[in-house]
Design a protein around this ligand. Sequence first.
Ligand SMILES: Cc1cc2nc3c(=O)[nH]c(=O)nc-3n(C[C@H](O)[C@H](O)[C@H](O)COP(=O)(O)O)c2cc1C
Length: 342
Amino acid sequence: MKKNIYLCNQNKNTMTTVDISTKFLGIDIPSPIISGSCGLTSKVENLLEMEKNGAGAVILKSLFEEQITFDIQKSTGFLSNFEYSESYDYISNHVEGFEIDKYLSLISNAKKALSIPVVASINCITYSNWIAYAKKLQEAGADAIEINFMVLPFSPDTSCEDIEHIFDDTILALRRSISIPIIVKVGKYFTDMSKFMHKLSWSGIKGLTLFNKNIDFDIDTEKESLKHTSILSNNTALYDTLRWTALLSGKIRCEVSASSGILTGDDVVKTLLAGAQTTQVVSALYGNGIEYIKTMNDYLKEWMSKKEYNTLDDFRGKLRVKESVNSNFTRIQFMKHYAEIE
Ligand SMILES: Cc1cc2nc3c(=O)[nH]c(=O)nc-3n(C[C@H](O)[C@H](O)[C@H](O)COP(=O)(O)O)c2cc1C
């Protein structure tokens, strides 16, 4: 890969060489800024726009496990025991044709059009026969697969072990069926977050995406019903991303791709200082347009030039939580702040 090198003018009239190229899941990429999985990454023309504006890689919109299951059942003419009624309603009413075929075309068309890595994404909730289809994504040309695995432990009958087994079994089965790198995207609902993320990182995956965003609901007091909240992140979403990136990166066996609440070029710098290998952006692109990737890249280069950093490794992880150091990232109680508030 051609190095992403820039010569930046500094106040002191010197030239600093700034190189923002890096690796993602072992693959060379021109920038740490990656277009995260979302509706925008389901069209090749958008993907080209992302590459043109300097995205390091693109993660395609997820293929949902239920879509795969639905296609399997439709093709075998056996729909009666479809398990997920909510998904069934959505898929049968809104989705035409065979989604898997459309997704495979998206991957192969994206691969023909782009030179940056194209990552396929599967949104899953169970360990089941959808796993056999991951191989098709690899054969269509995907450079890696992101598994979006978000489980809300709302049922008193489900233990954390039950949920963790789903992860373990799925990753093992995927590793047996595909050879491209696997990155696992998780939510925040783990009682043993640190321990389990360490364990996951030793399962043969190449990366962890911290974190997926919940779909949250508010309550409309007039109608006495649930209402949707904004699907886009606000900047408070960044703080858990920073905390857990700083706590886990450099200590777990795989890389961290920061996700959620990264809305500006300065936020990108923060995630790198916390130790992220790469940074995924979604809401920032919905809010400002795809060309905002260039603005974020430019900010990163200017910041590095100002600080006289030549490469990302010169400052990546500077604010990681070191084993021996008592970091504010390990605190969540605010006794000191209470004391200061009148
Ligand atoms: C409109 C929209 C669609 C999304 N679709 C997906 C998806 O298909 N698969 C997935 O893993 N994440 C999906 N996400 C979540 C994003 O990839 C990302 O994790 C989340 O938006 C947090 O990042 P942000 O703060 O930069 O928006 C979607 C987000 C948005 C806003």
